[in-house]
Design a protein around this ligand. Structure first.
Ligand SMILES: [Mn+2]
Length: 545
């Protein structure tokens, strides 16, 4: 089951958001084997927020970039251990699960990661140098060694050598004297004197081997405060398992650096490669969620992405060059990257990507539900300015007619006006946000310029806000390193626009649009940035060269 993102362009407009949302809706219906997730790579404009809240739909998820992340490759813990669990269980996990790393969790709290390295270090420590002392946990005897407690001692944890009572009593006493003052865990058969000596000297534990449950053990343990455990195994096997009963927390040594699920694949890979660790713990907002090992980074995953309402890498979500584009649904000029495999492209020179998404419903034979119909209508309406923009085609008009029926909308004009009245934000919103919410940058004839466009329902208050907008345009021009920054304000009811522009004396005088006041030009009947304003600017730039 794959996860596929559907994204519109940067500074997403209503057409981008609607087409991503509706296409995901359609694809999830026709391809249940995958999950299609509409995303956006920028803030939504006012009209988009309005239609989403009116329709009660969850706006597309904001995704900053589509580079592979730790979340895409990490191992979620299907097996973990408590810090008090015996080493025996850890070794078994490595053996059974072929795990290279096992997380140690105290309830849900992360304690550490244990790998084969720590096991190796444990056995190295045990088998090099002096006779090893072990840090036992009484409770664990029962988890590792088949048998039962005859008596549980007062000490839950203790540290001791292991010793067997296999020799004659006087030799036994000599050996113990040599260990003194240490008291060992005694592993012993049914040897009355040996056991009584251990009881008398309060050894921390006595592990009995070769003693029958109902046997003839004739020792009084009443004054003994240590543990007595009856093993069902022979002495050699009992000792082996005893050493494996230590709590795994004693194996934890150095703490590996942590990574976050949102960390970029390459960064986490480098961090691990530069470290001495086999695995790194992964956190999501301070909560442990899994780990990554070297194996996780062998193959670099590529996020699958469908581009809608754009097809150029430079206009898309960050990291797309690292992803796999599997479809393009768009109505702009084609300047897509080369692809590795054949992909589906639906490119039509129509007024809105939502018109093409509507055609996809027809193509798959899926009836358009009312909610999708309204979202598609909203996208077409915004992009074609209520079908008035010169980019509008008869195909868009036909789509609107059909979608109005599906959406039970009888007055399309009214639907459009409502959509734009909610976008009337000149006075209410931050000028910088209005300018940047739909701002396109071009570089032609050696001039870098950018044009913002905003739709309103009246131009009456433009003079009131003009100075604020001009100074914000100047800021945007500086920040983006442009020669010229312009904002086209379009009255969608009267079908007129005005143009606000930063000073650019060499060219602004050549504009065909009537000068109104400093930085402001009138554009009667002009609705389209792409088809009307842009060609005029290109003419001026070319002739002014
Ligand atoms: Mn569009």
């Amino acid at each position: 089951m794959g996860e596929i993102y559907i994204t519109g362009h940067r500074n997403p407009d209503l057409d981008s958001i609607s087409s991503a949302w509706c296409y995901a809706h359609l694809k999830n219906r026709v391809d249940p084997d995958n999950t299609y997730i509409p995303i956006r790579c920028g803030h939504m404009n006012e009209a988009t927020k309005y239609i989403c809240s009116r329709m009660g739909i969850e706006p597309p998820l904001f995704v900053k970039d589509v580079r592979p992340k730790v979340a895409d490759v990490m191992t979620k813990h299907d097996a973990w251990l408590d810090p008090e669990d015996p080493v025996y269980r850890l070794v078994k996990l490595f053996e059974d699960k072929h795990a290279s790393v096992v997380p140690i969790l105290d309830k849900d709290n992360y304690v550490g990661l244990l790998s084969l390295d720590e096991i190796t270090a444990f056995f190295l420590r045990e088998n090099s140098g002096k006779r090893p002392r072990y840090r036992f946990k009484t409770e664990n005897f029962g988890k590792v060694i088949k048998g039962e407690f005859i008596k549980k001692g007062v000490l839950e944890h203790f540290e001791a050598y292991i010793m067997t009572g296999a020799m004659e009593f006087d030799v036994y006493c000599q050996r113990l004297a040599a260990l003194s003052p240490e008291l060992p865990v005694l592993v012993v058969g049914n040897r009355k004197h040996h056991i009584e000596y251990a009881v008398e000297h309060q050894f921390p534990a006595i592990i009995l081997t070769g003693v029958e449950p109902e046997g003839d053990l004739d020792v009084d343990f009443s004054g003994y405060s240590g543990t007595v455990y009856r093993s069902q195994f022979d002495t050699a096997e009992t000792i082996r398992l005893l050493r494996m009963s230590l709590p795994v927390r004693h194996l934890l040594a150095k703490e590996p650096p942590a990574v976050s699920i949102t960390d970029v694949f390459d960064d986490a890979k480098r961090l691990l490669a530069d470290s001495d660790f086999r695995g790194l713990p992964v956190f999501e907002q301070n909560r442990y969620v899994g780990f990554v090992t070297r194996r996780c980074f062998l193959e670099r995953p590529r996020k699958k992405v469908i581009m809608v309402d754009h097809n150029e890498l430079s206009q898309s979500v960050d990291g797309l060059e690292d992803a796999e584009v599997i479809e393009i649904i768009d109505h702009h000029r084609l300047a897509a990257e080369k692809t590795r495999s054949p992909i589906y492209i639906a490119s039509e020179p129509v007024g809105s990507t939502c018109t093409i998404v509507y055609h996809q419903f027809l193509r798959w034979g899926v009836p358009v539900d009312a909610q999708s119909a309204i979202m598609l209508l909203a996208g077409i309406t915004a992009d074609t300015i209520i079908l008035k923009s010169p980019t509008t085609t008869d195909i868009d008009r036909a789509a609107v007619r059909a979608l109005c029926i599906s959406a039970s909308i009888s007055d399309y004009e009214e639907f459009g006006k409502q959509l734009f009245s909610n976008a009337s934000i000149l006075t209410a919103a931050e000028p910088k946000r209005v300018i940047e919410s739909d701002f396109k940058v071009y570089a032609e004839h050696g001039v870098r310029f950018g044009i913002g466009q905003v739709e309103v329902t009246t131009l009456e208050n433009v003079d009131e806000v003009k100075d604020r907008y001009l100074s914000n345009l100047e800021t945007v021009r500086n920040v983006k390193g442009l020669d010229w920054a312009l904002l086209m304000i379009t009255d969608v009811i009267k079908e007129d626009s005005v143009l606000l522009a930063t000073d650019f004396p060499r060219y602004e005088k050549a504009l065909v649009y009537p000068f109104s006041s400093r930085g402001k030009f009138l554009m009667p009947g002009v609705l389209s940035r792409k088809k009307q304003l842009l060609p005029e600017l290109l003419r001026v730039l070319e002739e002014g060269r």
